[in-house]
Design a protein around this ligand. Structure first.
Ligand code: PXP
Length: 238
């Protein structure tokens, strides 16, 4: 059975909308663990639009599962991750103007740079994953570079419907087996939700699914009524 990594960036998005102290992603990591999360994922972006440096250091000190730090392969992030020492790092492509991570990482055309980068992380005992599209040449390059894991990008699968979605699913299944044969551990994520997760979760030997947006959205749906009721009680008992 695949484990579940819960991405809590969107909790920080709500906090940053007001630049205040709540909701605190550190507190919500605790709740995610109570619900059964096997790891906590955060993406420290260059522009710090959601997760802040303070969050990752507090998470490292307080979570009881594993910390997966998503980041771009920059010098700044290398320094931070070597100081933080998360359980693993997932290298993702990052563009300032994007709303969320769009395509997978281009590993094939950045082999030399990424090899040095991955080696540097590994020398600090940090395991390293590459977020890539389900494409053989990217998988081959990830293996050659020395990544411990890959995370297959399920964004396209999640956006498609019907026969097109089925074709993309077959690509993900085939890529998973291909990568496992090469000795890689295979995770998957992006765009997974309560409707589309089961096809991916049922792939044999898939290691971990990383899911953020749909879980945070669902938490609003299951929690808002109670939150309003509590406020109503406070107002009415005054
Ligand atoms: N995996 C990676 C590498 C991501 O960048 C993201 C989004 O931050 C996710 C998984 C989670 O995607 P979603 O929020 O759509 O579940």
């Amino acid at each position: 059975m695949a484990t579940l990594g819960v991405n809590i960036d969107h909790i920080a998005n709500v906090r940053q909308a007001r630049k205040t102290v709540e909701p605190d992603p550190v507190q919500f990591a605790f709740l995610a663990e109570l619900g059964g999360a096997d790891s906590i994922t955060v993406h420290l972006r260059e522009d710090r639009r959601h997760i802040q440096d303070r969050d990752i250091f507090l998470l490292k000190d307080t979570i009881k599962t594993k910390l997966n730090l998503e980041m771009a392969a920059t010098e700044e992030m290398l320094k931070i991750s070597k100081k933080l020492l998360p359980d693993y790092v997932t290298i993702v492509p990052e563009k300032r103007e994007e709303i969320t991570t769009e395509g997978g990482l281009e590993v094939k055309n950045n082999q030399k740079y990424l090899k040095d980068y991955v080696n540097s992380l590994k020398s600090s005992n940090i395991e390293v994953s590459a977020f890539i599209d389900p494409v053989h040449e990217q998988i081959n390059s990830a293996e050659e570079i020395g990544f411990d894991f890959i995370e297959l990008h399920t964004g396209k699968y999640s956006d498609l419907k019907g026969q097109e979605q089925y074709v993309e699913l077959q690509k993900i299944i085939e890529s998973t087996y291909y990568a496992i044969d090469l000795g890689l551990v295979v995770n998957a994520g992006h765009g997974l939700n309560y409707q589309n997760v089961r096809n991916i979760a049922s792939i044999n030997n898939i290691n971990e699914l990383n899911i953020g947006h749909s879980i945070v959205a669902r938490s609003l749906a299951v929690g808002l009524e109670k939150a309003v009721r509590e406020m109503k009680t406070l107002i009415s008992t005054n």
